[in-house]
Ligand binder design. Structure first.
Ligand SMILES: [Zn+2]
Length: 249
């Protein structure tokens, strides 16, 4: 079962990446391309559902468990996990996590993320996780690449936000096809269009999609970050805590 789940996770990641590209094209696709996209979507949805219908995720490491971290799939079984920092498809251009990294979140977020996922599911949507717990050394490498605290949190002597497993970077996918909703920008798009409440350059539909995501996350008690539409903080995310260094796999 483990190898099956690993395989299906990998498929889901590839599918969501490709579907993300497709989603951004949906406003301009011609009928033939739309037909191809629909067929492809059915095929991919079937593969994604295989991935989410498996057994419970394996236990997290003893260190992660001791820190109160849980695999997000234990609380959101149909979560689409596409950890960009486990691939080179991120703003640094290199993989910062091991390929088998998973989305770990602090248990204080668990109920809220489940609530958010329930709200999205009721609208035919699924939660997509781009980043969760982030080890301190990865934060350091990110800041070296983009030393702008407006976009990348400056590493400190304490763990906050992602470094404490108390923030998540998320988006929304269609629950049937797995297509990402059009939010107007991709992940880690360091432009003013990424501001959570940006209006310039965004269509009404893109703003509505962001509002849909915010409403679900806020229903779960997570707070939007005005600087990035995809980032949400759980309770106490900004409180300084001891540096946390546990395996992200
Ligand atoms: Zn974030």
């Amino acid at each position: 079962m483990a190898s099956c789940r690993t395989c299906s996770d990998a498929v889901s990641r590839q599918v969501s990446l490709r579907l993300g590209a497709l989603a951004l094209q949906t406003r301009t696709v011609t009928p033939p391309r739309r037909w191809i996209a629909a067929v492809f979507g059915v095929m991919c949805a079937a593969m994604i559902n295989v991935g989410s219908a498996g057994a419970d995720p394996p236990p997290v490491s003893a260190l992660a468990q001791a820190a109160g971290l849980v695999d997000v799939r234990t609380v959101v079984p149909d979560a689409m996990v596409d950890l960009r920092y486990a691939t080179a498809d991120n703003f640094t251009g290199v993989a910062l996590y091991p390929a088998d990294a998973r989305c770990l979140v602090h248990e204080s977020l668990a109920d809220g993320l489940a609530t958010a996922a329930n709200q999205l599911r009721a609208q035919g949507m699924r939660s997509v996780f781009w980043d969760c717990y982030r080890p301190h050394d990865v934060q350091v490498r990110m800041f070296q690449k983009v030393p702008n605290p407006n976009w990348v949190a400056r590493p400190s002597d304490y763990a906050r936000s992602h470094e404490a497993g108390r923030s998540v970077d998320v988006t929304v996918a269609d629950g049937h096809y797995g297509w990402l909703l059009d939010m107007g920008t991709g992940f880690d798009d360091f432009t003013p269009k990424s501001l959570a409440y940006a209006a310039d350059g965004l269509t009404a539909g893109q703003q509505a999609n962001r509002a849909l995501l915010r409403a679900a996350m806020q229903a779960g008690g997570l707070s939007p970050y005005v600087g990035e539409w995809w980032h949400f903080d759980g309770p106490g995310a900004k409180d300084p805590r001891p540096i946390l260094d546990v395996p992200v796999s």
